[in-house]
Design a protein around this ligand. Structure first.
Ligand code: SF4
Ligand code: SF4
Length: 384
């Protein structure tokens, strides 16, 4: 197993982290964790070097606003003598918080579920503009300071799925220890992207990344043209191994979270992490990854690079974010999840359907995109 120091914390963590949002479930019962299988996976993982475990309040719940089963299951598992062997991280469900009392109540409940009196890391889950506008005024920073000084929490951080601009604002807004962002070889310019990761690294934060396989899209149902490209490499690797190798090769990345679902996946991912030392890719291999990324990206609908020169739109359309989600859906042929994300990150007044076809933005586009025409395609794909 390859280990890295988690930013400036001095903690030595396994580069492969165990995400517990996709544990195996009992057949036919969506949110009931199959404890026998999940125990076996975690036991194997820990005995073979994984020491970073990630969970969150709503994981394995019936909806994202309530308590899930993941923390309760982990608490039971860790109480069998594993607690001190792992770096345990969980998250505050930021979108459900309306007062400092909510923060305290949920945190105490989380400790109870996890059967522990301290957390190695407490993360603010999914920080977005609305959360960032609200939580500091409710006393978030004092709450986090108190958790650290009381010894209930060693390190604090946040997970993130929004724009780079907001990421920079958030990261500069408090003395965080850890950031958790999305990264894989296709998402270098998506959300906080590589720029965010590098900035976080410069500040000395621990960098944990998620979605190494982009929800399985980089490992399953791989298009023939991509497989053919991977096959050009002298050293043969599976698409999964390429995806992990890419991240392990980045010096800024301390932990790669993988939401493993079977024992076979745990074994495969550990074998890759074991074989990744020394973890350098040569120039040809890096070039090959770039080539594969370019093939994926060529499947997109337009060339928007997110520069933002076309904005502000007089009718409030967030043109670059509309195109970002539109292109992602075409690259991965996954309309439903992109549509969900589109509606999640864009308030109604910022969506493509507000475009009046005034054409004021067209001359401003650095990529000569006919913006209103492309926005019509976004509406066609995602609806009003
Ligand atoms: S054409 Fe649409 S997106 Fe462009 S400025 Fe006008 S309303 Fe905004
Ligand atoms: S100017 Fe063009 S490339 Fe830049 S964000 Fe707007 S649409 Fe995208």
């Amino acid at each position: 197993m390859l280990y890295r120091e988690l930013g400036s914390t001095g903690e030595k963590v396994s580069i492969l982290g165990f995400g517990t949002m996709r544990l195996p479930t009992v057949e036919g019962v969506k949110n009931q964790i199959d404890k026998e299988k999940a125990n076996e996976m975690l036991e194997y993982g820990i005995k073979n070097g994984i020491n970073y475990i990630d969970t969150a309040y709503p994981y394995h719940g019936t909806n994202f606003n309530g308590e899930g089963e993941s923390e309760r299951f982990l608490g039971e598992f860790l109480s069998n003598g594993y607690r001190d062997d792992v770096f345990l991280s969980t998250k505050m469900p930021s979108w459900t918080i309306n007062s400092k009392e909510d923060m305290e109540n949920i945190f105490n409940r989380q400790l109870e579920l996890l059967q522990t009196d301290y957390l190695d890391a407490y993360m603010i889950h999914s920080v977005k503009q609305d959360v960032w506008d609200k939580l500091p005024d409710l006393g978030l920073f004092q709450f986090l300071d108190d958790l650290k000084s009381s010894g209930n929490v060693k390190y604090v951080g946040f997970s993130f799925h929004d724009s780079l601009d907001l990421f920079l604002e958030v990261i500069d807004g408090y003395e965080w220890d850890i950031s958790l962002t999305q990264m894989n070889y296709l998402d270098t310019d998506y959300q906080s992207g590589i720029t965010g990761l590098q900035y976080s690294d410069i500040l000395g934060l621990g960098n944990v990344v998620m979605e190494p396989l982009r929800g399985g899209k980089l490992s399953q149902d791989i298009p023939p043209d991509i497989l053919k490209t991977w096959d050009k490499s002298k050293i043969k690797r599976s698409p999964v191994e390429w995806a992990f190798k890419y991240l392990y090769n980045m010096k800024e990345v301390d932990v790669v979270l993988s939401g493993m679902n079977t024992l076979e996946q745990v074994k495969e991912n550990i074998a890759i992490a074991n074989n990744s030392y020394p973890n350098t890719l040569n120039i040809e291999e890096k070039e090959l990854i770039r080539e594969v990324a370019a093939i994926y990206k060529n499947k997109k609908g337009n060339d928007c690079n997110g520069c933002g020169y076309c904005m502000p739109c007089p009718y409030n359309v967030n043109i670059s974010d509309c195109f970002k989600e539109y292109n992602v859906s075409l690259i991965f042929d996954e309309v439903e999840s992109a549509k969900h994300h589109y509606k999640l990150i864009l308030d109604k007044e910022k969506r493509a359907s507000n475009c009046t076809d005034c054409k004021k933005c067209i001359r401003l586009c650095t990529q000569q995109i006919n913006i209103p025409d492309e926005l019509k395609k976004v509406v066609k794909l995602f609806g009003e």
